[in-house]
Structure formats: structure tokens, C-alpha cells
Design a protein around this ligand. Sequence first.
Ligand code: PLP
Length: 818
Amino acid sequence: MAEHNYTISQIANLVGNQNFLSQPDQIIVNLLTDSRKVINASHSLFFALKGRKNSHQYIQNLYQQGVRAFVYYDRQFDIAAFPDANFIYSENPVKALQLLSIQHRKQFDFPVIGITGSNGKTIVKEWLYQLLAKDYAIVRSPKSYNSQIGVPLSVWKMSNSYNMALFEAGISEPNEMENLQKVILPTIGIFTNIGSSHDEGFADTTQKIKEKFKLFKESEILICNKRFEQYAFQHTKVITWSKSDPKADLFVNDIREIENNTRISAVFRTNEINISIPFNDKAAVENAITCWLILLELGVDNESIQNRMLRLQPVTMRLEMKSGVNNCSVIDDSYNSDLSSLEIALDFLAHQKQHEKKTLILSDIQQSGLSAEELYKKVADLLESKEIDRLIGIGNEISQYKALFSPSARFYNHTDTFIQNFKTADFRNETILIKGARDFGFERISKALSQQVHETVLEINLNAMEHNLNYYRSKLAPGVKLMTMVKAFGYGSGSFEIANLLQFNHVDYLAVAYADEGVTLRQNGITLPIMVMSPESSSIEAIVMHHLEPEIFSYEVLTAFTEYLKDKNIKNYPIHLKVDTGMHRLGFMPDDVDELVDYLLLNHHVKIQSVFSHLVGSESAQHDDFTKQQISLFKAFTTKLEDNLKYTFIKHICNTSAITRWPEAQFDMVRLGIGLYGVDNFTDDDKNLEHVATLKTTVSQIKQLKKGETVGYGRKGVMFHDGKTATVKIGYADGYLRALGNGIGTMLINNQEVSTVGNICMDMCMLDVTDKNVQVGDEVIIFDSQKSLYKMAEKLNTIPYEVLTNVSQRVKRVYYYE
Ligand SMILES: *Cc1c(COP(=O)(O)O)cnc(C)c1O
């Protein structure tokens, strides 16, 4: 791919204001914006982006990993400390990245399809890829890389190996599209539709449409619904579809559900044609029509269109992680396989620190557009840079290229051969990524490796959690550290899986309630400092052995801990002092300060790492005076302590709600708890958060019952009409409390709200599904949004914290990342 080989001096001339090049001939292949995702270090160029964190701080670490080229914006940064590296100065590194991609884009004259609109961008892009992969070698945006940064990174992947490109563009504010248009320069445009997302930046819908249409400024062809035709540029050839206007090029005159398929009939410039797709929802139908029009325009014949449409696959960008056999973690991505999604999945695998050993089970990669040799060479390089210990390759093609991989890799021609030879004992204490093209049926491998999953699961959305983390981060004053609370099994969400994500995102501290929670984290690769809030005297040894840091809240705890350290001859062990400013739960009283100073001045076994207190009503205006008083007591206590001890320590008092409501009290660190999980008691903040945990189960049986018959223990549920019930696999032992029985609790089945009937049993309960469309095996949602979680809490007369932590440990947690 010669066209990828820019030298750093060529790049510097294109994008830099001032260059410091010690190796001007360095070849750059890879562009990096995320310091955590390094591949091919010696040929990578890192862009230090302006943002929440000063990204120059990652340069040292990247340098150690072998990166030698940087675009930076801070003139104060000491580049002299990296004598053999190349530095390019740019006031605006995002602009520099875009400029470079604009230049790169100009090298190619094959069709480039640019997709925008409020919804459906990613689906249309992925479906076009599925539909056109037989005719074209396609390069496309990975996942939904459609931002000011994602788009240039996608375009950078263009090369002469391809003859078509599919890129999506997303904007949230006016004036962003002009940049993206220059980078993508689409020859064919697609406008999916307009909805209400990202409304805040725009005056009205018209402005939003006009802004999005800027993407098509230089496009020859535009595909859209007839009602958007008016916004197109004069010179563009607009090809439209419509369900109501016969003047559209593709006039859709009938949409009909036939079992699980939908048949769409239309007139295309006088020809009557139709397709069937294996989906029923409205959005899927519209997205398929858009794709259909592109295929027609590109001249694909009707028979091929029909065949391919019938085989459209759902677009899942989800990586699921669950517990596997023999203490393995299994990451399941068994529905798609291409180079860019492999890269993303390997990244996710590399971030899992719970096991040292990492295994990849990989099928042939189909329709990559590259020659097989080039493709598997790239795969081999990826595996090496991601430090994958073991490869199991399945498929004729990958098997042919064995020689490119490590000698320990094993190969099978078919999934069946692998399964016939499969022994559970071959997999132990490792993280396994299962990644295969759909045809290979890797879900069978996933089943064999996963622990049997009960059909009640709590799904944890790791992207949402990352979003929430970043939201609160954006609210911190510069330099304020972040401690995240993962006590009580991460508010019910999980332990090391959550901690891994937090560690990967560079939080400063974790806090758990008990020593054993901390020990579990340590045993699963968590190296962040961890505070233990209830150190029991029986756990002191474990605390010290695993470098956990105790909260010291009384003289008893302080003396017990000191005695232990003295005995072991340990000095300056980090501890966290808790002061009680009004909670009256645990902590030294403010009056204790003098005595505490005397004691600590003579005690060299402990060193105060932090002093903290807890607010009792930070979320509510009603308690603002009390909160102020707590803050001022805390200030007085810590000032006195610091003045007397002659050293400084970290001071912190804010919990979730206080981070935004009491920014003046952020001190040196804040303690983020429930907000991470998508809930803030100060409800104004909820809308900025994403929901994290979804509790769901399935229907085991349906019963037809007559009026007057009763349901469940004690005959409490009475049918007041002829009807039917569904028995579902969740009961009070799972955390679905008895108080929710007899019509109090509600669940969702196929988007229909249904109520409980009768008492809740230990492992099951019954729902009244009279007149509802419900079948055995259907998914049942208990809560899947902030709203449904709050609703359930309200019915139980409690708060979301209790609902989340009540979901019992036997309910399997499945983590996913998109
Ligand atoms: C649980 C806890 C927090 C977090 O509180 P949220 O309201 O969940 O943010 C903070 N500090 C202490 C001491 C806690 O126990």
C-alpha cells in the first residue's frame, strides 16, 4: 500500500506551523488519537488533542512504547526531553488531522458514498457493505466513527486496494459539516432521515437539515426521501423514494409483513419490483429502501438485489463479555469479522486485565478487499502488537497462511472439526475472544465455552458507564482527582469488569466497602490504589498484603492497624482518615483533632494519604445550610491537621450529587458513586447520564385461564376475566421483591406493559398477559432505563441504589461494549 507511506516531513509540510524533525524520513502508516490504542508504534503519529485532560501527559508513555512522531499544541511542552523523536507544532491538532486526511482523500477517484441523517447512518453503511461486498472492495468507517476525529481516521484507511468507500458523518452543532464534507468529499450522498437527536445545537429542523446537506456540496448524486429533495444543491442529481408520492423515482406502494419477513413492493421508473427483508420494524424497512435505491442506481440486477436483501443481517456492534468455563472470561463477537472490527475487539481484549493469558478464536475473514496474503500478514501483525498468547484459526483460508503466525497457533478447516476436538480442559484462567464471520456458526463455540447462563441476566452497558464517567469528569475543576465507588459489587453491576474499565480510563482511586472486595480486584489485575471503607481487625493482614488502603474512622481502628504495622516494622503506610461532620455514621469527631495530631506526630507507621467526610444531603436544596456547615467543619478540621502535621494530603467530601451541586467543595478529589451507574439524585443531572443496567428474563410458559381461577401461592391472584398468564424466570431470590406481586410490579414484553398477578415466588412470578402478543421464550424487561428503574424503586418505596444492589449474585452479569 504504497500510497499510505507518507514521510513525517511530507506530513509536517502539510499540517505543521513549526516542525522539529530529528528523523525526517520516518514513514508514517498509522494515526493515533487515543494513547491507549497503540499499534505499529514506530510508524505511528500521535495527535495530542485538546480536551478534558492534557493529552501531552501521554507522550512520555507513548515514547516508551516506541512512538516517535507527535503533533502537539502546547509550546511549553519540553520536546527536548525526546531527542530522537519528531514533533510537529499545530495550534489545533484536530484541524491538522483533518488537513492530512483531506490531502489523503484527494489521491483516490473511486466512488465515495457519504451518509448522514439523524438515525440509521451506521445501519445503512453496514447493510450497504453486506449488499455490495460481492461487487466492490470496500473501505468503510469502523463502527460509528462519524465525528470530527472519527471521520478523518476513517478516510485515512483509504488505499489503492479498494474501489469503493462508505463513510458516515455525524454532527451535533452548526458549522461542523463543512469540515467533514472536505474530508469525505462524497461522490454519492445518502440522507437517511431527520429526527430529534442533538436538537440543542440547532435553531430548528430546517436549519438542522440544511446543515446536514452541506455534506453533499460536491456530490454528483444524492439519495433521499422525496420530501428532502428541496434542500439539495442545484447541480446534484437527486434520486428519491417515497411511500406517498408517485413522482419519486422509487415509489413504494405496498409494505406487507409475511411471518418474520417484510415484503416491500415498489415502482422504479415504471418497473414493478419488490424485495423481502428479514426484519419487521419500521426503521429497518426505511433503511432497506434507502439501500435498495443505491443498488438500483449502481445497476445491480434485480435478482441479485432480491437474494442479497433476503440475507441482510442485523447490525450488532456489540462485544459481549461473560463468565466462561474454568474461570475464563469469554468475549463474544461471533457475528462479524473484518479487519477493523477485529482491531476493535482485540483492543477490548487487551484491556481486560483479569487474566494474563489471552486467546483468540478467529475464522477466515471474508471480503476484506485485500489479497489473502496481505490480509493475514496484517492479522499476524495485529496479534503480535496486541500480545495475543494463542490463536485458534478456523477456516480453509486462514489455515493456508499458518506460516505467518506463531508456531503454537492451531488451525482447523471447519468449525465442526474444532468442536469435535474440543476439550473444556484446554481452556483455563484466560480471556478468550471469539470472533468469526456469521457463516462459521461460532455461536456454537461460544455456547461450549460459556458457563450455562440462566435466562435472567443483568446487562451492563460499558459505553454508557464510560459516558457517565466522562460527564462527571467534565464537571471537575482542573487537577481534581477522581475516586470511583465500586462497593457492593459495583452497586450491583460487577467487580473487576467495572474496575477494569475504570482503570483503563485512568481514574485515580477506587473504593470498596470490605477488604475481600479489594482482594478480588487485586487478584484480577487491578493495580489502582484502592480504599477499603470498613477495615475489620480480622482483615488487616489481607489489606497490607494486597496493598489496600484502609479508611481509619476511630482510635480503635487506628491503634489496631498501627500495632500490626509496628509488629511488621512497616513505616508510612497510606491511610485515609474519615471525619464525621454530620452523618453520624463512622468517623472521628471534629473535636478529636488535637488529640489526633498528638497521636499522629508520634506515629511513623502510618501516613495520611487523604482525609475525607461524607455529605448527608448534597442533592437537596432543603439541606443546603447543613451541607455548608459540613463543608466548613471539614475545612477547619483538615486545615488544622495539615498545619500541625506539616505535610499535605488529599481532601475530599463530594459524592455524586455534590460534584455538580457543590463544585466549590471539590477540594482535591471527589467520590463518584451512583452517577457512574446512570442515576443522580439531583434529577437535573439525570438527562446528561446514560442508563447502564438492564435487567431481563424470559417467558417459561403461557397458561390460558378462566375467569375466577387463581394464580400462585395463597390463591392471591384472581383472574377477573378469561385470559392468559405468562410465567417468567425471576423471583424474590433474584431481587424481584415480593412487594411487587399482585399487580404492583410491571414488566415489558415486546414493548407491551404487563402487570404481575398473584404473589411473587422465590424463583419465578406470573404476569397477566391477556390479549397481549406473548410467546414462550420471549424476552421480558424488568428495567432498561432510568425511568423504569425509578418507577420500580418508587413502587418499592425505596431508592434506585437499593433496587440495583438487590439484584442477586445468581443473576448473571453480561457486559457489553459497542
Ligand atoms: C457510597 C459512598 C459514596 C458515593 O455516594 P453516591 O451518592 O453514590 O455518589 C461516597 N462516599 C462514601 C463515603 C460512600 O460510602
